[in-house]
Design a protein around this ligand. Structure first.
Ligand SMILES: [Cu+2]
Length: 302
């Protein structure tokens, strides 16, 4: 059994490390997209402040046409304003004090939730980032196609993809239980794809953010961070996500996950030809009989 405090510390360290691992140039949404007509947790990543600024003090997301907002996640110390207009709604987070602002070197996710349109194609979220000094309007949209290459301040792109049911086999999936107040936990499973595929995105209503993490030795300490570019699933090979190894990190948990309950989760895949597909899972909370539950917590020396 994990001591709750150990898990808490690990999850916090985890989020922090993920922040230092990658310097994001833009305000972005996770890769992997969303299936047509589905409910989507849009986690906008802010990885840096405006040029020459010390901190991010505000973020305003303009909702694209066709995206139906259901709610937005509050941030501690930040004021949340939601304007639900059909067609041109806006969600705005504003730091209430300099202490609450997001320091330049830290990454954070600003999360809102809604339904994506029923037709495939890119959706562009224009985001105004305000800092202690200046602001950047991430609002450029390519004239055609969906590549943001060459744009100086591109809007955040969400690929809405057609329903395609993945043929990836998922077994022995489970989610580690959590206690009230705990911010993060892990999910584990065995995946086998018939042809070379990548797991490129994960969403679950149980968490604000879900991503695949890898464990890496840095010097003599074990660290975890988001797997860059997704999880490779070579043809016919079983890839295991397990405690102490690669795992699904669930952050910003909405509530405590009790043993015996289930967690819905959507996995998004992309094969070598760029064909996208998804899989809906319902994972039990609590380790199954005989699962390797060796807690990673005590092995993490951050
Ligand atoms: Cu992790």
């Amino acid at each position: 059994m994990n001591h709750p405090r150990t898990i808490l510390k690990t999850a916090a360290a985890c989020a922090l490390l993920a922040g230092t691992a990658a310097a994001f140039a833009h305000v972005t949404l996770p890769r992997g997209g969303a299936t047509v007509g589905s409910d989507y947790n849009a986690a906008f990543r802010v990885g840096h402040a405006c040029e020459g600024a010390k901190a991010t003090t505000g973020l305003a997301v303009r909702l694209p046409k066709g995206f139906l907002l259901s709610d937005a996640q509050a941030r501690k110390g930040w004021k949340l304003d939601v304007q639900k207009n059909a067609g041109d709604g806006e969600v705005r987070w504003t730091a209430e004090s300099p202490q609450a602002a997001l320091p330049a070197g830290e990454r954070a996710e600003f999360v809102l939730r809604g339904k994506v349109p029923g037709t495939p194609g890119p959706l562009w979220f224009k985001v105004l980032q305000t800092c202690d000094v200046g602001s950047i309007d991430w609002a450029e949209v390519p004239a055609s196609g969906s590549s943001t290459a060459g744009l100086k301040s591109p809007a955040a792109r969400l690929d809405v993809v057609a329903q395609g049911v993945a043929t990836v086999d998922v077994r022995d999936g489970w989610v580690r239980q959590s206690v009230p107040g705990q911010s993060g936990t892990g999910a584990f499973m065995k995946l086998t794809a018939p042809t070379g595929t990548k797991l490129v995105g994960i969403t679950t209503p149980a968490a604000g953010v879900a991503e695949v993490h890898e464990m890496k030795m840095e010097g003599d300490t074990m660290k975890m961070r988001e797997l860059p570019g997704g999880l490779d699933l070579p043809a016919g090979q079983t890839v295991e996500l397990k405690p102490g190894g690669n795992h699904v990190m669930m952050m910003d948990l909405k509530q405590a996950l009790a043993k015996g309950s289930t967690v819905p989760m959507t996995l998004r895949f992309e094969d070598a030809k760029g064909q996208k597909s998804s899989l809906e899972l319902n994972l039990p909370v609590g380790a199954p009989e005989g699962a390797d539950t060796a807690a990673p917590a005590h092995q993490h020396k951050h």
